[in-house]
Design a protein. Structure first.
Length: 405
């Protein structure tokens, strides 16, 4: 932030993403396609860059090739001004071991902090869909003199076991307790059916983070996790505060998409987040030009609709050729829909081909899947369950290049 406090961005992008299989069978979760042309990592990077945090390290580990390539080729900042977005793989700087948790990932990468000497460090997750202005969170952090500020969002209490849960003190900002994925969390005062869930976004005063990481590293029983280890440690010290995401406003937001945030860590959540994009008044707008989500534009011609080709309530990316009927679906670049084919309520990744007369319903097809002429997906649930991955709510998923029977 030119003329203001120095902030280093650290994006945690090293998780395996097992719950998002088969989409993560060959890539890291932050590299998974979203919304047609984007990767999940583009959302956090866009938020940081739009918020003037222009020196960013993306910590990677598992199956990181496509993620590293995407960050390196897409996120090129002005070297003249000293800005950068760079992937940082596990380097075994502290011995012959990989990252053993998100906190250990930062501990093993403290050379980045020592090189930059920032006043503050923004540690953000890499696999959420949202818009957020981090400057507003930083302003609260500085004003209150917190050691760490964690972004919180209200979620139904029934979903609390999926998140870190924050219990705010009576002053509304200090964190009284932090519980990682509790089975029976305390509800918010005055709202018995809600809890404050951690968004996985933290702002640290640099010394606070470095001291906590070093103390945590000396604890052999620690999981070395940001939410499970570092936040409880700093909460006990009384230096943790919460930032209410509902108070964050970005330019160009609508009343409908204000406060939108989705953790897309499961197939069902990933699918539902795509369905949020396609209504006349979408729950999340991809076309907010005042707070854009950046990605690599690719070199493809505009989408083409041939005779009989129809798409309604859908996102259609460049390079698509539509000869059949598409409804309530998201199509990534290069998708081809054949004559008489029907695609309903589906998410098709790059270069998927749906042959003449084929039917695809309620499915997520990874890149390069070819659906033969006359084949069906989402028509016979029993047969689909035998052949493909099917989520808890019935979303059918095929991995990269998987054969369709």
């Amino acid at each position: 932030m030119r003329g203001g406090p120095s902030v280093l961005g650290i994006v945690l992008a090293g998780g395996e993403g097992k719950r998002l299989l088969p989409l993560t069978a060959d890539r890291a979760k932050p590299a998974v396609t979203f919304g047609g042309t984007y990767r999940l990592v583009d959302f956090v990077l866009s938020n940081l860059v739009n918020g003037d945090i222009l020196r960013i390290c993306v910590l990677t580990q598992y199956k990181s090739h496509s993620l590293d390539r995407h960050v390196s080729t897409t996120w090129r900042m002005s070297s003249l001004l000293g800005n950068y977005v760079t992937p940082v793989p596990a380097q075994q700087r502290l011995g012959p071991r990989w990252f053993s948790g998100s906190a250990d990932a930062i501990l093993q990468s403290l050379n980045l902090v020592h090189d930059e000497q920032p006043d503050y460090i923004a540690v953000f997750g890499a696999d959420h869909v949202y818009r957020m202005d981090p400057r507003q969170m930083l302003a609260q952090h500085i004003e209150n003199g917190a050691g760490v500020t964690v972004a919180g969002i209200r979620v139904p209490r029934a979903e609390a076991s999926q998140f870190g849960v924050i219990t705010p003190a009576r002053d509304g900002t200090r964190v009284e307790s932090f519980l990682e994925k509790p089975a029976d969390p305390p509800a918010l005062p005055g709202s018995p059916h809600e809890v404050f869930a951690s968004m996985g976004n933290y702002l640290f005063t640099t010394k606070t983070l470095v001291d906590a990481l070093q103390q945590d590293a000396e604890n052999p029983s620690s999981a070395h996790d940001m939410g499970g280890s570092i936040l409880p440690l700093l909460t006990e010290r009384g230096v943790a505060q919460v930032y209410d995401f509902d108070g964050n406003h970005v330019p160009g937001e609508t009343e409908r998409d204000h406060g939108y945030w989705r953790d897309v860590g499961t197939l069902d959540a990933y699918y539902e987040a795509h369905m949020d994009l396609i209504s006349d008044r979408p729950a999340f707008h991809l076309d907010n030009r005042r707070w854009p989500i950046y990605t690599h534009p690719g070199q493809l011609p505009p989408a083409r609709f041939c005779a009989g080709g129809i798409a309604s309530e859908s996102v259609v990316s460049p390079g698509c050729v539509i000869r059949g009927q598409v409804t309530r679906s998201v199509l990534s670049p290069g998708v081809v829909i054949g004559d008489g084919a029907v695609v309903q309520g589906s998410v098709l990744h790059d270069n998927v081909t749906v042959g003449r007369g084929a039917v695809v319903r309620g499915a997520v097809l990874d890149k390069n899947v070819e659906v033969p002429a006359g084949a069906t997906i989402g028509v016979n649930p029993g047969r689909d369950a035998e052949l493909y991955t099917v989520s808890r709510t019935g979303v059918i998923a095929l991995g990269k290049g998987q054969a369709v029977h």
